[in-house]
Design a protein around this ligand. Structure first.
Ligand SMILES: Cc1cc2nc3c(=O)[nH]c(=O)nc-3n(C[C@H](O)[C@H](O)[C@H](O)COP(=O)(O)O)c2cc1C
Length: 168
């Protein structure tokens, strides 16, 4: 699944089923987190008009307008007192789990970066009506791929020179 996960930005009209979405969210919540604080919340956006609005808010999120669903991964800073600021890694792990779980279910996805770009975080926080102590960390756009070869084999990213033994 890891080797055939690709960012998928073109979607068919088939909606992502509720039970599959539930599995994806459960996978997100199985991510590792510092001190097991699990500081995440997830906002599920399904409404077509709202998806179109989201596509206009995120500067590289045009694919959201044809997505079946979007998930905003958020961090509740009240839930992460002792291990702050490792909520960034926690939310990254949760976001990655969403991508892998979606791949497993044949659903295309793409990670849209939000944090730490203030100009993306602010309008998204307003649009999603998140409380003050909640940070919008990422958006994931999800939908069945429009093309059958969306999940092509891994491009060659092997870089043996990036692996160091014992010391740099
Ligand atoms: C932190 C982060 C932010 C990203 N932001 C965007 C984005 O705003 N728009 C987009 O289309 N893809 C975005 N991507 C997806 C990358 O472009 C993609 O993962 C990369 O090109 C490698 O391709 P692959 O996912 O198919 O392996 C983002 C990925 C990460 C990890």
């Amino acid at each position: 699944m890891i080797f055939t996960r690709r960012s998928v930005r073109g979607y068919s009209e088939k909606e992502v089923e509720e039970e599959k979405l539930e599995k994806i969210l459960k996978a997100a919540m199985q991510a590792p987190s510092a001190g097991n604080e699990q500081p995440w919340h997830f906002i599920v956006i399904r409404d077509r008009e709202r998806l179109k609005e989201l596509a206009n808010i995120h500067p590289y999120g045009k694919m959201l307008s044809s997505a079946s669903v979007a998930i905003a991964v958020c961090a509740d800073l009240n839930l992460t007192k002792y291990h702050h600021p490792m909520w960034v890694q926690d939310c990254s792990a949760a976001t990655q789990n969403i991508l892998i779980a979606a791949r497993m279910l044949g659903i295309g996805s793409v990670w849209l970066g939000v944090y730490p770009r203030e100009e993306r975080m602010k309008p998204l926080a307003k649009f999603l009506e998140v409380p003050e102590d909640v940070v919008v960390f990422s958006l994931v756009s999800l939908g069945y791929p429009s093309s059958s070869d969306a999940f092509y084999e891994a491009p060659d990213r092997d870089k043996p020179e990036r692996i160091h033994k014992e010391k740099w």
